[in-house]
Design a protein around this ligand. Sequence first.
Ligand SMILES: Cc1cc2nc3c(=O)[nH]c(=O)nc-3n(C[C@H](O)[C@H](O)[C@H](O)COP(=O)(O)OP(=O)(O)OC[C@H]3O[C@@H](n4cnc5c(N)ncnc54)[C@H](O)[C@@H]3O)c2cc1C
Length: 490
Amino acid sequence: MRDEDGREVRVAVIGGGVAGLAAALALRDRARAQGAPVTVTVFEKEPATGGNLRTLGRDGWQFEWGPNGFLDNEPATLRLVDRLGLRPRLLRSSDAARRRFLLVNGRLEEIPLSPGAFLGSRLLSTRGKLRMAGELLVPRRRDLGRAADEPATDETIDRFGERRLGREFADVMLDPMVKGVFGGEAKRLSLAAAFPRMVELERDHGGLFRAMIALGREKRRRGRRTDAGPTGVLHSFDGGMAVLVDALAAELDADPGAEIVRGADVAELVRGNDAWSVRWPGGERGGFAAVVDAAPAHAAAGHVRRLDTELAGALAGIPYAPMAVIALGYRRQDVAHDLNGFGLLVPGREKRNVLGVLWSSSIFPGLAPDGHVLLRAMAGGAGNPGVMALADRQLVDLVLGDLRGFMGLRGDPALVHIIRHERAIAQYVPGHLARLRAIEAAAARLGGLWFSGSAYRGIAVNACIKETETIAGRVLAALTGGGGGAEGAR
Ligand SMILES: Cc1cc2nc3c(=O)[nH]c(=O)nc-3n(C[C@H](O)[C@H](O)[C@H](O)COP(=O)(O)OP(=O)(O)OC[C@H]3O[C@@H](n4cnc5c(N)ncnc54)[C@H](O)[C@@H]3O)c2cc1C
């Protein structure tokens, strides 16, 4: 595909995190498959690509800056892993990591894996369990779907949990889960945007237990057996999550039809008559037929501020939760707990500063030197941003003060490494889906502009990778006149 003068068609991708890099590769691969001479330029603010996917190491310790892994239930990610030749480097989490714990009344309780075992556990009071079991009798919400369209009627995760499973379940189970996944508050996040599958289950089956029964029956009928289950098994790479983004960048660096411009802190996108230009303090590049902006939403807002203030406002209005990640290394004999599991989450009603702790070296053995263990504590989140202002020593003291008792920690840690994410994870607040529609409509009016990344349709690495396949298809369709253009822009 060439433009009217027979030149190559150029696409700009802003942001060299996993979303931007995967979008660039997907675009190149699809263009090559179609015989379309589309070139891609990635603009990354930092000297190195990868965004949140960074693996750090020192003295035999290995820890992650951002995500510690991904689930193996997303085909798009596995396709990318294969495309990059990384399958031999995949690292499956240990079986012990299936065991997860909650802090309940100051004690660690294992989360049972079946509803039956749940009823026998000490996680909820008898009253709470009865209410949870009563979910079977709770009628389906009539205006499901429609309700999510409007900020005022968009149901929060907490409200959904209370409605279907009861107040106690929402406090003990959902609140810590949302803290662990989003660093967010169940009372402030939209169910339809954050966990669309839950809305589908209620809509299609009338409730969650009914859905479990129907899906279990369906699985038995098909005779499918998988130990991954619908939620998948956590994986990383030997060498950590950076392996994925490093391989993506290497592939693009080696491709004559792709370029990564590192150290380009894009300030502005400029829409000319027939092409886009990208401006940053050190330079400008023009002649792009399309732009995929895969920088975080707050950065993307700045890129379009002079083009469309409403669009900029919609992007800037996506809040992010701050989070401090504290890697703690201990000598094995200084931790009384057996660490036989994935880690623990802490419900807000326990009144601690720690959101959760991953037992990293139990999940992926080899992350700590011999005779040592690695823990990863998370503090802060949307509900407790104040901890971000603490000095390092205070933060560590606060976290250890929370953990010492129930984890049985003795003495000082052998390793402490603090990573402060001032804007860690996008928060899909009520009205998020309506906001996305406004963003898509504004991008469509400008034409040839797409937004991608964890701020929009899923915060997980898997969601970002899945979306890049869709976006690459839409961009190419728009460039080739195959149904893109205004309606293809998002
Ligand atoms: C502490 C933490 C733990 C997490 N744990 C998990 C997990 O276990 N599993 C999971 O699936 N997900 C997890 N996530 C989410 C995961 O990190 C995101 O899904 C993923 O990093 C999103 O990738 P992205 O490319 O959209 O954004 P980013 O990784 O933020 O990349 C955006 C890129 O844009 C660049 N950029 C910013 N501004 C500009 C600009 N003006 N010009 C040019 N470039 C710019 C940035 O430098 C960056 O490289 C975690 C996130 C955090 C913070």
